[in-house]
Design a protein around this ligand. Structure first.
Ligand SMILES: [Zn+2]
Length: 398
């Protein structure tokens, strides 16, 4: 029988709380840990049960397929949602995932549960996370506004767990942003990536599993979505189709802000001084705790903020206009930059700055498809088996 076994929670000398569990299947096992740093929280205030570990191990279990037993409790409504999630992923990625049958020592009837009116949100310091944290902390989301009280940053996600210096710098910046909004800042160190799941597909389950550590205190577990309803990737780790299946009677998974593009997100974050100072969008630079100013994402971010009136973004090194537009225009850049021109039509800057014409020239030159690079051995080995498809790309008329 394949099993998930939990080890007792331990308090570390620095006050961190270590939760761990092992997935055993066939002759294999995966040991996972979560080291939680959350103010004065005691182990008994955290969830260390099947509600956390069934989600952390979910994609690995789907890779293996078959029967799995959790030697712990599992909320019955989450058990139901997991089955929907699994069925959806098996149907969209049949070469990658297999159906699972999940049992637990006890399925807890949570049908009478109510959703506690407090929200926690994942926070990386990026534009999606900043937009979600800012608009909920300031109650700017209209009927969607949630009582956001804390943000959670993961060490071992985009910043590897052995990149200690970069983590210290990036998490210190993130803490200053979150506390600037009057929210609590929690962190979890995870070795999730040691399981070598297809990270692009599995990262959302890692985020939800980690947020569920706090499910007793927070009814809403939130994530700023990185795609729009009109153009999200599917199948892809986080998406507005399957994310909510990991909700339960007491905890609603909120995929936030998918009706907004990066230009609208920049427009809102431009009103947040600390956000402009500490925003972290770069994943290609030599130091992941800061923005390199050289990669296309850094440059796209500068252009987005220029369009909303921030001419010199303090968190990214200044560039000349020539440097700013020296990037390869791929579909990704085109998808993000066309809405900038559309935004400027409705929010013109007068007199029109010279960079606007340079952006128009860049876009009218069209996509520069570089020659496909020959895939290396590991790239071939780990390449996605099924191509992701943008649901639709909305193009403005001009
Ligand atoms: Zn960069």
């Amino acid at each position: 029988m394949n099993t998930i076994s939990l080890s007792p929670a331990t308090v570390l000398p620095d006050g961190g709380i270590k939760l761990s569990a092992t997935l055993s299947y066939g002759f294999h096992s995966e040991k996972q840990y979560l080291i939680v740093q959350a103010k004065d929280k005691k182990p008994q205030q955290l969830t260390h049960s099947g509600d956390v570990w069934s989600i952390i191990f979910l994609h690995k279990m789907m890779e293996v397929g078959g029967q799995f037993h959790i030697k712990s409790t599992l909320s019955k409504s989450l058990w139901r949602g997991i089955d929907r999630y699994v069925k959806a992923w098996c149907q969209t990625n049949p070469d990658q995932y297999r159906d699972i049958e999940l049992t637990a020592d006890e399925l807890v009837d949570d049908s009478d549960s109510t959703v506690k009116q407090k929200a926690i949100s994942c926070f990386s310091g990026g534009l999606d996370a900043c937009f979600t944290a800012y608009r909920h902390a300031k109650a700017l989301a209209g009927p969607q506004s949630l009582p956001l009280k804390a943000c959670l940053m993961l060490h071992g996600a985009d910043i590897r767990k052995d990149y200690v210096d970069e983590w210290r710098a990036a998490s210190a910046d993130a803490r200053s942003m979150v506390e600037d909004l009057g929210l609590d800042f929690y962190t979890i160190e995870t070795n999730f990536r040691d399981m070598h799941c297809d990270y692009g597909m599995a990262y959302f389950s890692m985020l939800v599993g980690c947020m569920r550590v706090f499910e007793k205190d927070f009814g809403y577990l939130m994530l700023g979505n990185d795609g729009m309803f009109t153009s999200f990737l599917y199948p892809h780790g986080s998406n507005p189709v399957t994310n909510h299946f990991l909700s339960s009677a007491a905890n609603e998974i909120v995929t936030d802000g998918a009706e907004f593009g990066r230009i609208q997100k920049a427009a809102l974050v431009s009103k947040w001084e600390k956000g402009l100072e500490k925003l972290r969008v770069c994943w290609q630079g030599d130091n992941l705790s800061s923005n390199c100013g050289k990669c296309a994402k850094c440059k796209r971010t500068i252009i987005n903020f220029k369009a909303v009136g921030i001419d010199a973004l303090p968190c990214i090194p200044a560039l000349t206009e020539e440097e700013l537009f020296d990037f390869e225009l791929t579909q990704v850049e085109q998808k993000e930059m066309l809405p900038v021109l559309e935004y400027l039509e409705h929010h013109p800057i007068t007199p029109t700055p010279s960079w606007v014409q340079k952006l128009k020239n860049k876009l009218s030159a069209g996509i520069q498809e570089s020659k496909p690079r020959k895939r290396g051995f590991f790239a071939r080995l780990f390449r996605r088996r099924k191509k992701q498809t943008p649901v639709n790309i909305v193009r403005p008329n001009n």
